[in-house]
Design a protein around this ligand. Structure first.
Ligand SMILES: [Zn+2]
Length: 319
């Protein structure tokens, strides 16, 4: 029987798992809640138990697998096999994660899209995820770029507005504050204040009702003038940031994923226009903006791809 890989996408509320073949096809996938109590000390034991249970259920044993790859929040020390600063997991101290290979979440999603999704056969791909925050991953010559301190691909913190909105990282004007789901709503609230025409968005904000980025894109599609102005502004910042990435790396594809990217062409078309306006001619003519294809599976698939390196390495030691 051909050996398989295990991918783990460790999130703050849910941990997703998959058994994956060496071509990147999902054979089985499941999820468990992430128990972040007691400084996250249950996370690793729970993951090991869940994998063992699933192996038993599918009649596999550890010899059927090359290894485990994991995407995790926080900074990964690949040499020591530890994770630090994953505060949303309750991991405020260094956590040993043992015989697995880890990358941060956006990086593993980037690897997933590179391997099986919108990356095609390109060797130079940048992935950007627009969710609650904005993350990213850079793949150059087929390899994930880590940087000197693990900070490569932090595209959410490219400054798009000098002295703009305060960011959680301590800086101001980061892309994350304008192109994440919360950023879109923040822009909507600001623009509604000065908008004088008729708009459902303005009614919702003035009535103190809940507004989501999904509603902004939906209303833009349905002809709401303010919603269209908001989307245009979001896309202008996103397109500008992506042009900086394009001008620096000239990747074949820049892949846009995460919940905000569900807006599809309503997001992609104006973003592409602003990207092209700001991109250097040779970049404009060659780097393509694309929507991600794997959705929620990108993380587990990319994480599993990390474990491919066990293939010619030491055997997978079961716990
Ligand atoms: Zn920031």
């Amino acid at each position: 029987m051909a050996k398989k890989l295990i991918g783990i996408d460790l999130g703050g509320t849910t941990t997703k798992f998959a058994f994956i073949d060496t071509k990147g096809n999902i054979l089985a996938k499941w999820r468990i809640p992430t128990d972040i109590s007691e400084h996250g000390s249950h996370i690793v034991p729970n993951m090991i138990k869940s994998i063992s249970d699933q192996m038993r259920k599918e009649d596999y044993n550890t010899e059927d697998f090359f290894g485990i790859g994991m995407g995790t929040p926080g900074a990964v020390d690949r040499e020591k096999g530890t994770v630090v600063g994953a505060y949303n997991l309750g991991w405020d101290i260094v956590q040993p994660v043992g015989a697995t290979i880890s990358a941060n979440l956006a990086n593993s999603a980037a690897l997933g899209e590179y391997w099986k999704g919108a990356g095609d056969t390109a060797q130079d791909v940048v992935f950007i995820t627009l969710g609650t925050g904005v993350g990213g991953g850079v793949i150059a010559n087929g390899k994930l770029v880590h940087g000197i301190n693990g900070g490569a691909g932090e595209v959410g913190h490219i400054t798009v507005v000098p002295n703009g909105y305060q960011c959680t990282c301590g800086k101001r004007g980061c892309l994350e504050q304008y192109a994440s789901a919360t950023g879109v709503v923040h822009i909507a609230k600001d623009m509604a204040q000065t908008f004088t025409g008729k708009s459902r968005i303005k009614e919702l904000i003035d009535g103190d009702e809940d507004l989501t980025s999904k509603m902004v894109f939906f209303l833009a599609d349905n002809g709401d003038i303010l919603a269209n102005q908001i989307v245009d502004r979001v896309c202008s910042y996103l397109g500008l940031a992506l042009s900086h990435i394009g001008n620096t790396l000239n990747p074949e594809n820049i892949i846009i994923g995460g919940g905000v990217s569900n807006a599809g062409n309503t997001l992609l078309q104006p973003t592409t226009r602003y990207f092209q306006e700001n991109a250097f001619p040779s970049v404009r003519d060659s780097t393509k903006l694309k929507l991600a294809q794997l959705g929620n599976d990108a993380g587990v698939i990319g994480a599993a791809s990390l474990a491919l390196q066990f293939r010619n390495n030491q055997p997978f030691a079961a716990k």
